[in-house]
Design a protein. Structure first.
Length: 74
């Protein structure tokens, strides 16, 4: 998940060995509300109350279906 965010141009605003915080990847904000749990490799967007795994993230990020995300990943 961390690598996907990096490829998409998103860098953490703060991080430690357990988690990394990012600015909202879906909307403009000044304080990070997007948390990546580095141990479980899942994300949670506090400002919207949603989260999940990398597939869930890419579906939202690309506004696409699972099959479209898999095509993009190739």
């Amino acid at each position: 998940m961390k690598e996907a965010l990096l490829i998409l141009g998103h860098l953490p605003t703060k991080q430690n060995e357990k988690e990394a915080w990012y600015l909202n990847t879906f909307a403009s904000e000044s304080q990070a509300s997007f948390k990546l749990d580095r141990r479980l490799n899942v994300w949670y967007l506090h400002s919207e109350g949603i989260g999940g795994n990398i597939t869930d993230f890419m579906k939202k990020y690309l506004n696409a279906s699972v099959s479209e995300v898999l095509v993009w990943a190739e």
